[in-house]
Design a protein around this ligand. Structure first.
Ligand code: BGC
Length: 801
C-alpha cells in the first residue's frame, strides 16, 4: 500500500519567467506576445493600496471589501492566468500536468487555483522526477460513448468519480465536460463531445457537472460556442442563424447552465457571426448571464482571442493561460479610460465568488490517492453500457461460453482508449481487446494472436512507427503512428477458421485536437486491406458454417455501408477508456447485455451529411469562414425531414433481448395546458435481462416557423428488466421543451396546432404515437435580440426540397 501523502497547500505559483517570443506550437497561435522577465512578476502588495488594516478574503461576504482594497494591478493580475506550463521558461505549477491556474494574492488571502483537462478523465503528469509515487488517473470512455448510454445516472456516476480524482490530486477546476454539437462527422474532436442532439448533450452534461461538483470542485463547460471543427479553429468565423444557435448550438449549454450551474464556462476560439467568442458580449453576457442566469465565471480557451480589453468588456472574466502583457493592457485601458474599472471589478468578483468555494481556498489537504480501483469499475461499466449493437443476425452474439475465437485486426493488441490532444488521459494502462477476451475465458486462436503480436512489435521498432511523446509534450499523452493493417494470407485465415468457432474482426480509428478527420481511406473510409480482411475472413468462416462479428474501436462515424452485409454482427465499442478490453468482453460474452443507442448518426456516405458541403468552410484549402447553411437541420433533424436514408440512425441500438412498447398516451386527453405527461410501457419480451433507452420525439406543426420531422424531447433508460418484466415510464414536457425560436420576436414560441408525440426505440423506429393540441400560440419566453449574422445565409428549408 502506498503511504498516503499529505501535502500542505503552499503558494502554487513557483516561478514565472517567460522568455521573450516563445513559439507555442500546437495551439495554432498566430502570434505569441513578447514577454519580459520583469513584467512577469506577481504583484504582491508592492503596488497595493496603503491601508492600515488589509481586509482578507474569508468568505463570500468579504469579497466586496477585498475588491475595494485591491490595487488596479492586482485586479489585472487576477483576471489573467499564470501562463502556460511546459514551455521554456514557463511557470511550474504545484500539480505537474495542470494546464494553468490563477494568480494568488497572499496579502489579501486570495489563493491561486489550479485547472486541468478532461473530458475522458483528469489529465495530469503521471510520473514526476525523483518520486516513486505515481499519479495515474482513470481513463473513462470518451464522451460520445458516455452519451450513448442514454443514462444520466451513469453520467453522474462518471462525473462523481472524475471529480474525486480532480480533488484528491490537488486540482480546483476540471476543464470538462465538453458539449459542442456533432455538426459534421469529421470534426476531429467529436469524440470529446456528446451528440448531434442538444437535449442529449445538455442532459448528459448537467449530470456530469453535478457529479463532478458534488466533490466540492468545479467543472467547466466548453467550448462556448459553435466550435464545431478543428480546421483553423482559432480564426474561423462561424456564420449561423439565431434560430439554429438558440435551438441547436446553444441549447445544450442552456440546459447545462440551468440544471447544473457549473462553476465555469470556457469560451471558444472561433468567431461567432464575426466576433471572437471570448470578446462576444452578446454571447457571454446577454445570453449566458442575462437570458440564462449563469452565476460562475467565464475563462477563455487557451490563448484565444485578440484583445484582452474586449474580453473584459464582453464578460470573459479570466484570460487563460494568459501573459503579463494582457494585464499591462488592462491596466493601461483603465488608466486611459477605455475600460471602466467597474467592469474589471465585476469580473474580479465573478472569479472571487468561485475562489471562495474552491478546495484551495478551504486549504483542503489532498491525498494524491483517489480510489482508482473503484473508478476503474465505473469506467468499465460505463464503457460497456455505451456500446451500441448495430447488427446481430441469427443471434451470432453473445459468444458461447469458452468459445474459441479467431481475432483479426491490429486493434486487438493496440486497443484505442480515447482520442488525442488535451482530451487524452494519462492512465496507467489500457486493457487490450485480446487481453480482455482472454481474461473473460474466451480462447483466442493463438497462431493468429501471436502473428499480430509480432507484426506490431516488429513495426513499432521501426523509426517511422515508434511511439513518441505527444508533440505538445509528455503531459499530453502519446503520439502513436498508425501501423497499416496487417495483410492476411489465405492460408493463415484457413487455419484460424478450422481451429476456432467464430471470427471477430477489429477496426480501429483515432483522431484528436487540432486536426479534422478526412473522408479518405484509412480514416472515414476503410483501407483496401481492411476491406479485404472483412471480405476474406467472412467468406471463409461462412463457408465453414461459422459466424463473424466486427468490433469498431472508433471515436466517430466511419463508413459501414460498404461492408456491413458481409458480417453477422457489428458492435460499436467506441473508444472505451482504459478498461476497453474488459468492457468489450463483457458485451461480446453477454455478461452485459448491450443497451447503448447512437447519440450521433452513421450516414450511408459522408456526403449525405447535411454539413458536408460546408465543412470545413471556405475557401476549402484554408477556410476563413464556415456558413451553417443546413441551419436547424443537424443530424437526424435533417435525415428524417429530408427522407435521407442512414446506415444507422440517431437513437439506434439493438439488444440481445427484445422489447415491446405499449400504452403510449398523453395526459389531459391531449389538451396541452402548459405541461404534459407522456406515458409508455416497455416490456422485455425476450429471454434474457436487459435495459432499453426509450426516446420521446415530437413532431410539431408548421406555423410561422417550419419544423423538423421529429425532435427529441425526452429520454430515459429502463432499469434492468428480467424477461417478462415491464416498466411504466413517465416523461414530463413543459412549454419550453416544445418551443421553437422565433427570430422576429426574439422569443421561444409554442405554435398552435396538432402535435404528435412519438415514443420510439430510435429516431426512425417509432413504437407508439399520441396526439395533443395547442389552441393558440404561446410565447414562452422573450430573450435578448442578439447575435444576428451579418452575412446572408442561404438557409436550408424543407419547403425547397
Ligand atoms: C483546448 C481546451 C483545453 C485547453 C487546455 C485547448 O487547446 O481547446 O479544450 O482545455 O487547451 O489544455
Amino acid at each position: 500500500m502506498l503511504k498516503k501523502m499529505k501535502k500542505k497547500r503552499r503558494q502554487k505559483l513557483l516561478a514565472i519567467a517567460l522568455s521573450a517570443g516563445v513559439i507555442v506550437t500546437g495551439f495554432q497561435l498566430e502570434s505569441v506576445f513578447a514577454a519580459s522577465n520583469k513584467s512577469n512578476q506577481i504583484v504582491e502588495g508592492s503596488k497595493a493600496k496603503e491601508k492600515s488594516e488589509t481586509p482578507k478574503l474569508v468568505n463570500a461576504a468579504s469579497i466586496d471589501a477585498v475588491i475595494k482594497a485591491m490595487a488596479l494591478e492586482e485586479k489585472a493580475e487576477l483576471v489573467v492566468g499564470v501562463g502556460m506550463p511546459g514551455f521554456p521558461g514557463g511557470p511550474t505549477l504545484e500539480v505537474a500536468g495542470a494546464v494553468g491556474g490563477t494568480h494568488g494574492i497572499p496579502r489579501l488571502g486570495i489563493p491561486s487555483l489550479l485547472v486541468a483537462d478532461g473530458p475522458a478523465g483528469l489529465r495530469i503528469r503521471p510520473i514526476r522526477e525523483g518520486e516513486s509515487q505515481t499519479y495515474y488517473t482513470t481513463a473513462f470512455p470518451i464522451a460520445t460513448s458516455l452519451a450513448s448510454t442514454f443514462d444520466t445516472k451513469m453520467a453522474e456516476k462518471v462525473g462523481r468519480a472524475q471529480g474525486n480524482e480532480v480533488k484528491e490530486y490537488g486540482i480546483d477546476i476540471f476543464l470538462a465536460p465538453a458539449l459542442n454539437i456533432h455538426r459534421d462527422p469529421l470534426n476531429g474532436r467529436n469524440f470529446e463531445y456528446y451528440s448531434e442532439d442538444p437535449l442529449v448533450a445538455g442532459k448528459i452534461t448537467a449530470a456530469v457537472v453535478n457529479g463532478v461538483e458534488s466533490n466540492g470542485v468545479g467543472a467547466t463547460i466548453k467550448h462556448f460556442a459553435a466550435n464545431n471543427q478543428e480546421t483553423n479553429r482559432t480564426t474561423i468565423d462561424t456564420i449561423v442563424s439565431e434560430r439554429a444557435l438558440r435551438e441547436i448550438y446553444l441549447r445544450g449549454f442552456e440546459t447545462a447552465v440551468k440544471e447544473s450551474q457549473p462553476w465555469s464556462v470556457m469560451s471558444s476560439y472561433n468567431k461567432l457571426n464575426g466576433i471572437p467568442a471570448s470578446q462576444n458580449g452578446d454571447l457571454l453576457t446577454k445570453i449566458l448571464r442575462e437570458d440564462w442566469g449563469f452565476g460562475g465565471f467565464v475563462m477563455t480557451d487557451w490563448f484565444a482571442g485578440t484583445d484582452p480589453v474586449e474580453q473584459m468588456k464582453a464578460g470573459n472574466d479570466l484570460i487563460m493561460p494568459g501573459f503579463p502583457q494582457h494585464s499591462t493592457k488592462i491596466v493601461e485601458a483603465v488608466k486611459n479610460g477605455t475600460l471602466d474599472e467597474t467592469i474589471l471589478d465585476r469580473n474580479v468578483k465573478k472569479i472571487l465568488q468561485i475562489i471562495v468555494e474552491s478546495p484551495s481556498f478551504k486549504n483542503f489537504e489532498y491525498s494524491d490517492a483517489p480510489d482508482l480501483e473503484v473508478h476503474t469499475q465505473v469506467a468499465r461499466q460505463a464503457a460497456a453500457e455505451g456500446m451500441v449493437l448495430f447488427k446481430n443476425e441469427n443471434k451470432a452474439l453473445p459468444l458461447k461460453e469458452g468459445a474459441k475465437v479467431g481475432l483479426f485486426g491490429n486493434t486487438q493488441i493496440e486497443t484505442i482508449k480515447g482520442g488525442t490532444g488535451s482530451g487524452d488521459v494519462n492512465s496507467a494502462y489500457t486493457i487490450s481487446i485480446a487481453d480482455g477476451l482472454e481474461n473473460a475465458g474466451i480462447q483466442l486462436h493463438q497462431g493468429m494472436y501471436s502473428s499480430y503480436k509480432s507484426y506490431i512489435s516488429t513495426l513499432r521498432q521501426m523509426d517511422e512507427y515508434k511511439i513518441k511523446d505527444s508533440p505538445w509534450g509528455a503531459d499530453f499523452g502519446k503520439l502513436t503512428p498508425v501501423i497499416p493493417e496487417k495483410p492476411l494470407e489465405a492460408k493463415e485465415i484457413d487455419r484460424a477458421v478450422s481451429e476456432s468457432d467464430m471470427g471477430v474482426i477489429l477496426i480501429g480509428r483515432n483522431s484528436g485536437e487540432s486536426a479534422d478527420r478526412k473522408n479518405e481511406k484509412g480514416d472515414y473510409l476503410l483501407t483496401d486491406v481492411e476491406q479485404e480482411m472483412i471480405a476474406n475472413v467472412s467468406e471463409k468462416y461462412h463457408t465453414a458454417g461459422k459466424k463473424v462479428a466486427v468490433v469498431l474501436n472508433i471515436g466517430g462515424p466511419v463508413d459501414v455501408a460498404s461492408w456491413r452485409d458481409k458480417v453477422d454482427s457489428i458492435l460499436l465499442a467506441w473508444q472505451p477508456g482504459q478498461e476497453a478490453g474488459h468492457a468489450v468482453a463483457d458485451v461480446l460474452t453477454g455478461a452485459v447485455n448491450p443497451s447503448g443507442k447512437l447519440s450521433t448518426t452513421f450516414p450511408i456516405t459522408y456526403s449525405d451529411a447535411p454539413s458536408a458541403e460546408n465543412f470545413p468552410g471556405t475557401p476549402k484549402e484554408n477556410p476563413t469562414q464556415v456558413v451553417y447553411e443546413e441551419d436547424i437541420y443537424v443530424g437526424y433533424r435533417y435525415y428524417t425531414t429530408f427522407d435521407v436514408n442512414t446506415a444507422y440512425e440517431f437513437g439506434y441500438g439493438l439488444s440481445y433481448t427484445n422489447f415491446k412498447y405499449s400504452n403510449v398516451r398523453v395526459s389531459n386527453n391531449g389538451n396541452f395546458k402548459n405541461k404534459l405527461t407522456v406515458f409508455a410501457t416497455v416490456e422485455n419480451t425476450g429471454d434474457i435481462a436487459g435495459k432499453e433507452a426509450v426516446q420521446v420525439y415530437v413532431s410539431a406543426p408548421d406555423g410561422k416557423l417550419e419544423k423538423p420531422e421529429v425532435e427529441l424531447k425526452a429520454f430515459a433508460k429502463t432499469k434492468e428488466l428480467r424477461p417478462g418484466k415491464k416498466e411504466n415510464l413517465k416523461f414530463e414536457l413543459n412549454t419550453k421543451d416544445l418551443a421553437s425560436f422565433n427570430e422576429k420576436l426574439s422569443a421561444w414560441v409554442v405554435e398552435k396546432g396538432t402535435y404528435n408525440v412519438k415514443v420510439g426505440a430510435s429516431s426512425e423506429n417509432i413504437k407508439g404515437i399520441a396526439t395533443f393540441k395547442v389552441d393558440k400560440d404561446i410565447i414562452v419566453e422573450k430573450v435578448n435580440d442578439v447575435l444576428e449574422p451579418k452575412v446572408e445565409i442561404d438557409r436550408l428549408s424543407k419547403f425547397d426540397k
